[in-house]
Design a protein around this ligand. Structure first.
Ligand SMILES: *Cc1c(COP(=O)(O)O)cnc(C)c1O
Length: 417
């Protein structure tokens, strides 16, 4: 299967006022004020095009995939497989078989731990991650280490939230069997220099998994240029439904990995003596998949590609700079995460006020931010805080919303003065 180039609008600026009308939920009011949704790193809102794709499937084409010869089943199968091709093209994957639908990044990392890990990693082997990983890219490796007796090594980060490259490189050794890194940190916004980090591992023949949950909504992805072995995305972070995600698997692994779960759809033939497995990707997708979710994910990728990821990146970068500058006007704000290259995540402490109180008072003004450890407790430990406030931006956010956030924080400070 040849890869169609993804159409990208060259340089058109985003018309954010119009884009906002594509997202029905953004016109909601909270406590009598317009909703200011700044929790996009936890989950992103869904455009009408995605809602229509999901509803359209259930209204007009609902049937199980791959089984039936009847027309509806063929339509459902066509739509499901078309979604797979959209993801292939979006990630720049060589082959469509390399795209496996799973529930999200959490399941994808567990998948790699239990297929690649269980079959290739043994006692004394090492797995290298970084100190900024989401719990989803820590705990599955701890479970694997307990199961096979492997050792987890953690590359440290500096005070800005950048991986210390020399220390990372020192961890790569004879026994390293896998490197697993975030593309972009959900807690700090750090964009990792994968063009440096991945080759350091690949040159030593070490496979690399990239957790792309936070990258997909903000930047173009090219798995071949990255030269990674596994790359994961989460639908709900990229304006698609919850409960769907995709894992890219480098083609050379497709026939080498054992099945993940057993069940329907993943077999060629079953007897009580011996079961033969179907080739990838069916082998890795036991049971009835989230068909509507996959179709919604395909529609979400069409939507962001129509806007253009270059335009999205430029707009968000400008918004991040504006937000960083506006927050800096409050002397009580301490930013957590000041990496050289950052995506649109503003993590901070407000001196003297517990993040939970900040979040609650902002909510009373219709402003949704996340407060807590952001599923990255080791990051909190690294910066010596129990929790942070996090405003995370998407392309539908505006400078006016940043102003509302800063005004809200001023109110918090008055209440706690
Ligand atoms: C959200 C997130 C995950 C978990 O993704 P799910 O789809 O919720 O399983 C993993 N890693 C990062 C960096 C994330 O932001």
């Amino acid at each position: 299967m040849s890869v169609m180039p993804t159409p990208r609008t060259p340089t058109a600026a985003l018309d954010v006022d119009r884009i906002r009308t594509d997202f029905p939920i953004l016109s909601r009011e909270m406590s009598g004020r317009p909703l200011v949704y700044l929790d996009n790193a936890a989950t992103a809102q869904k455009p009408q095009a995605v809602l229509d794709a999901v509803a359209g499937y259930y209204r007009g084409h609902n049937a199980n995939v791959h089984r039936g010869v009847h027309t509806l089943s063929m339509e459902a199968t066509d739509a499901y497989e078309a979604a797979r091709r959209k993801i292939q093209s979006h990630l720049g994957a060589e082959r469509v078989e390399s795209i496996v639908f799973l529930r999200g990044t959490t399941e994808a990392v567990n998948f790699v731990a239990q297929t690649y890990g269980r079959s290739r990693i043994t006692a004394g082997d090492e797995i290298v991650i970084s100190a900024m990983e989401h719990h989803s890219n820590i705990v599955p490796w701890q479970l694997l280490c307990e199961q096979v007796g492997a050792v987890l090594k953690v590359a440290p980060i500096d005070d800005n939230g950048d991986i210390i490259v020399e220390q990372y490189e020192k961890l790569l050794g004879e026994r390293t069997r896998l490197v697993a890194l975030a593309h972009i940190s959900n807690a700090l916004g750090t964009i990792n220099p994968l063009d440096t980090l991945v080759p350091l591992a690949r040159r030593r023949g070490i496979p690399v998994l990239i957790d792309g949950a936070q990258a997909a909504p903000h930047t173009a992805i090219d798995v071949r240029a990255l030269d990674c072995d596994f790359y994961t995305i989460s639908g709900h972070k990229v304006f698609a439904p919850t409960g769907i995600g995709a894992l890219y698997i480098r083609p050379e692994w497709l026939d080498k990995l054992p099945p993940y779960q057993g069940g329907g759809e993943m077999i060629r033939s079953v007897t009580f003596e011996k079961t033969e497995y179907a080739p990838a990707p069916a082998r890795f997708e036991a049971g009835t998949p989230n068909i509507a979710g996959a179709i919604g994910l395909g529609a979400a990728l069409d939507y962001i590609n129509a806007l253009g990821l270059d335009a999205i990146e430029r707009y968000e970068h400008d918004l991040l700079d504006y937000g960083t500058a506006q927050l800096a006007t409050l002397p009580q704000v301490r930013m957590i995460g000041t990496a050289r290259r950052k995506a649109s995540v503003l993590s901070f402490e407000l001196q003297g006020v517990h993040p939970h109180d900040v979040g609650t008072i902002l909510d009373q003004q219709g402003i949704a931010i996340r407060t807590g450890h952001h599923c990255a407790q080791p990051v909190m430990d690294r910066f010596g805080v129990p929790a942070t406030c996090r405003a995370s931006l998407a392309f539908y956010n505006t400078r006016a919303e940043i102003d509302a956030l800063v005004a809200g924080l001023r109110k918090v400070l008055e209440l706690f003065a």
